[in-house]
Design a protein around this ligand. Structure first.
Ligand code: GSH
Length: 203
């Protein structure tokens, strides 16, 4: 098995944290899909990371499929609840967290275009998704310790990767003051070895 990903991808970080929590050893191959020498599209026609190459050579993508595969591969530290309502609630947290990241990545790409080609409308529309998404994450977390109200799960990992990505790429977005409960959640997550070991390099 081999994980193909970049070190800055928040979706790949979710997978790397799941591997660490479940104590699964997995070689890592760094591949930056934006680089001309990237081989990601040999594994994933969408040209996106992360990809998990299984021992028989078959590639798994995207991050949601990979984490489900990994969680079912080992009983150590189950991250997806078995009970249907709890499972679906956990996956909805993940869908919202990943959706906020999608919006943030779209803004990042837009702001990397030449200034005269950037469209403020696109940035504002995506920023609306981030703001509303954070409002709902915060409201749903309320004063609970963990997102799904049952225990540490993939929901916390996904939300942690989302918040940390906003902090990494958009330090000017003031979500901590607006949502102190999300700030406390990220503080708690940042003490876990799996989060400490997967901090993206500054670039
Ligand atoms: N839904 C996918 C999103 C993956 C994704 O967008 N990855 C980005 C890196 S952060 C990528 O590879 N982008 C390259 C591209 O869009 O061409 C997942 O969860 O794995």
């Amino acid at each position: 098995m081999k994980l193909i990903a970049s070190l800055t991808s928040p979706y790949a970080r979710k997978v790397r944290i799941v591997l660490a929590e479940k104590k699964i050893d997995c070689p890592f191959e760094e591949d930056i899909p934006w680089n001309a020498d990237s081989h990601v599209s040999d594994y994933n026609p969408l040209g996106k990371v992360p990809v998990l190459e299984l021992d028989d050579g078959s590639p798994l993508y995207d991050s949601r499929v990979i984490v489900e595969y990994l969680d079912n591969s080992s009983p150590v530290s189950r991250l997806l609840p078995q009970e249907n309502r709890q499972l679906i609630a956990t996956r909805r947290w993940e869908a919202l967290a990943d959706g906020i990241i999608d919006a943030a990545v779209t803004i990042l790409l837009e702001t990397r275009r030449p200034a005269d080609k950037q469209m403020q409308e696109i940035i504002d529309r995506q920023m609306g998704k981030i703001d509303r998404g954070l409002d709902v994450l915060s409201k749903d977390l309320a004063d609970r310790q963990w997102c799904n109200g049952v225990g540490y799960s993939l929901a916390d990992i996904a939300v942690g990767c989302c918040l940390a990505y906003l902090e990494f790429r958009f330090p000017a977005i003031d979500w901590r003051d607006r949502h102190p409960n999300l700030a406390s959640l990220l503080e708690r997550l940042n003490t876990r070895q799996s989060f400490i070991d997967t901090v993206p390099p500054a670039n």
